[in-house]
Write a protein of this length. Structure first.
Length: 310
């Protein structure tokens, strides 16, 4: 199978690794243009581009696939199939029609739930019992195509956006290879999605990671896990920003954001309903620390009655 792969982040790179280790021929890779990153804001290649370059595969980085010229470049490659994983560009119908067997996509949710940009984090944030990967045949709509194959995994009470991402990144590649075999053999046929069950996974941003202490402790605890390791939930303490990396739900009453108890096990903060025990924090200029370490060295900063978020 002559395959063109399109993807950008680490999740996609794991899929590309599996294709490179298979019997299929990855003839080209498409990925997002290099972006500035780090303190120096130097242009950095995507994880997918780095992997492709290591394997000597031709890399294409068009800012869009809508121009006819970009579509002609792809058509000249004469692919049997295009495999798309977290690419970040919309594929026009003209592009979807180029490969002999069309385009398939590996999406990190159990479709039709969580179509869109951040399905992993939204599943954790919503308190879903399970997540998974859906391999679908692509069409012009956003994650709306017929489903070819699904694999699922439970979401545990300790899962973060990062841990679920890593697990799905290991599950997805095998599902894609299985789907390719089914397509090649003509034994795999898509199942239409029920649009009435669809939910949309909005893109993450730093502003929504600001903790709103008026919400319930359960909602905030899920957000803290969902937004780790990015964008990381945060608040303010004595007017200084503080990142909240881990917390647990407990009973407690007080003004939302108020410190109602403190000891080595954590900082107990009242919420709109219940309380959160903050167990791992990062203060300005510091590294992430268990609260027991902060309690020993900065006890005066965590006085009872202090209100976070002011």
């Amino acid at each position: 199978m002559r395959i063109v792969f399109a993807g950008t982040p680490e999740f996609a790179a794991e899929h590309l690794k599996a294709l490179l280790a298979s019997d299929h021929d990855v003839i080209a890779v498409y990925t997002q243009p290099d972006r500035p990153a780090g303190r120096g804001q130097k242009l950095m290649p995507s994880p997918v581009k780095q992997l492709a370059v290591e394997h000597g595969i031709e890399v294409y980085q068009p800012p869009s696939l809508k121009p006819v010229e970009a579509q002609q470049v792809l058509a000249a490659l004469q692919p049997d199939l295009m495999v798309v994983v977290a690419y970040g560009l919309i594929l026009p119908q003209a592009v979807l029609d180029i490969p002999r067997l069309g385009c398939i996509n590996s999406h990190a949710s159990l479709l039709p739930r969580w179509r869109g940009a951040a399905p992993i984090q939204r599943a954790v944030q919503a308190g879903d019992a399970e997540s998974g990967v859906t391999v679908m045949r692509m069409e012009a709509g956003l994650d709306t195509g017929p489903m070819l194959l699904k694999v699922s995994t439970p979401i545990s009470a300790g899962d973060t956006g990062g841990s679920l991402h890593d697990r799905l990144a290991q599950m997805g590649p095998g599902a894609v290879l299985q789907a390719i075999e089914g397509l090649a053999a003509g034994t795999l046929h898509g199942e239409r999605q029920d649009d009435s069950l669809a939910t949309y996974a909005h893109k993450l941003n730093k502003d929504e990671a600001r903790l709103d202490w008026q919400l319930s402790a359960a909602e905030l605890e899920r957000a803290i896990r969902a937004f780790f390791p990015w964008p990381v939930c945060h608040s303010t303490l004595n007017g200084e920003p503080v990142k909240v990396l881990a917390a647990g739900v407990e009973e407690g009453n007080g003004q939302p954001g108020e410190v109602i108890a403190v000891d080595k096990t954590g900082l107990l903060v009242a919420c709109g309903q219940g309380a959160l025990r903050l167990t791992r924090l990062q203060l300005p200029g510091g590294k992430p620390l268990a609260f027991s370490d902060l309690f020993n060295s900065r006890r005066e900063q965590f006085a009872l009655g202090t209100v976070l978020g002011q």
